[in-house]
Design a protein around this ligand. Sequence first.
Ligand SMILES: [Zn+2]
Length: 58
Amino acid sequence: MAKKFACKDIGMSCGFKAKAESEEELMGKIAAHAKSAHNMATIDQATLSKVKSAIKEA
Ligand SMILES: [Zn+2]
């Protein structure tokens, strides 16, 4: 089942949106984006739970 995520859904003023065929693949895209765009080398636990709750069925 495809999944999607948008940074604005967790209150980021950012136009990033990602879509992938699985949550694992989506999390990989989000992690890469967080690192390059938000300067987050790792995603902390609080942000991670926000991200996971903002992931929707695409
Ligand atoms: Zn972003």
